[in-house]
Design a protein around this ligand. Sequence first.
Ligand code: CTP
Length: 434
Amino acid sequence: MAADSTNLLPLLESQWEAARLDHLRQIGRIAQQLGTPAYLVGGAVRDLFLKRFAPDLDVAVEGDTRALAEACKAQIRGAHYQFHAQFGTAILEDSQGFALDIAQCRLEHYPAPAALPEVRPGNIHADLARRDFTVNAMAIRLDPQQFGILLDPYDGKADLQAGLLRTLHPRSFLDDPTRILRGLRFATRFRMDLAPESHQQLKQALQADIFTQLSGARLWRELRYLLELEALPVALPLLTAWKLWFLLRPTAPASNTMPTLLQRGQEQIQWLRTLFPDEPPAIFIPMLILIWQDVPLADIQHYLDRWPVPDRSRLLADLQVLPGLPDTLLKAKRPSQKANIWQGVSVAGILAAMAVYADNTTLVDSARLYLQVQRRLPSLFNGQELQTLGLKAGPSLGNTLKLLREAQLDGEISNKENAQQWLIKQGILPPKPL
Ligand code: CTP
């Protein structure tokens, strides 16, 4: 391994606040006392060079994670930690809520393609060697004498500057095909591309049908991250160039309107989020609906059979109503009829519909009215109150509640008093004695 003496202290000091650096210095000092050197690793080092704020800090220690966390707790005022025995990792948090992950440096061995790796303790060099791309295989020393010195055995810094994602060895994608989708995400977020030899390895991995060996759960996890990317529209040309559309749909989209469609979907999600921050919609469902809106349902079923997507039947139902929505809404005259149509679609489905039919202002306005007002309209009576008025419990009570809601949506009633009169007029309640 080439020794690298690049000192990143000036860069660290210019990018990160002093408290964050102090915290890392303390950890480095404590780790050294224990005789188990610690390093800052992974995404945070990459993000430092990209001058992007790294929200998550990962520390790798050449020794016992719990012992380091325990010593930090004893020596750093207000520090505490949670230890995850299953992964041998600890989350260390200080009194100001500054948190970082600590993991033991490890060596990985893949017993079979696409299988989970067998791990055993190793040193920092082994830990960097097990990583996905050179840009993620850099570390920064935290021990006091060498604090800030970069370890960059695979020239990740140069690749980062060249905008290249390079695997560390030829079997990388075969060992772990999730790296292909991680690579796609990095390429999208950081506007990078695969190095030529990694592109070749991607081709070989696809020829070997490597994704068929990956569990549906692991595949879905990566796809979900992809669908949640803010820069998702930028990922679409990469899905084409990397020949990965088959992971999401049988063929690449026929037209080139998909990026615009997804961007519109993202805008609608943002709109709803701003209005109702307490109920953020799951981003991946509207995105899936948009990606699938022109795919035969039988094909979609095939994907859903493999992935643990929540609420699949809801998603399929949304996809089924989507094509007919403009006509169905056109036929609905009363506000309550329109609201009833929207009620049969999930919020995610409505957001997707607003993106698909963005040019249909009547449809979009109706969807907005439903999401903003109609679906949240407080009922004038609940079942209990109707029973107090003399109605019997049972299915007819449910129907009365529905009729009341429709009358309210159509502006026929607006308070308890006129609602009661309305019930009398409908013959649901007996007339009041004079
Ligand atoms: N890693 C890897 N292979 C994986 C998963 C993770 O090599 N299949 C390594 C990479 O070195 C990565 C680090 O673990 O940098 C942390 O992983 P993760 O938190 O998923 O990604 P980050 O690189 O930190 O990127 P970000 O959090 O910005 O998405």
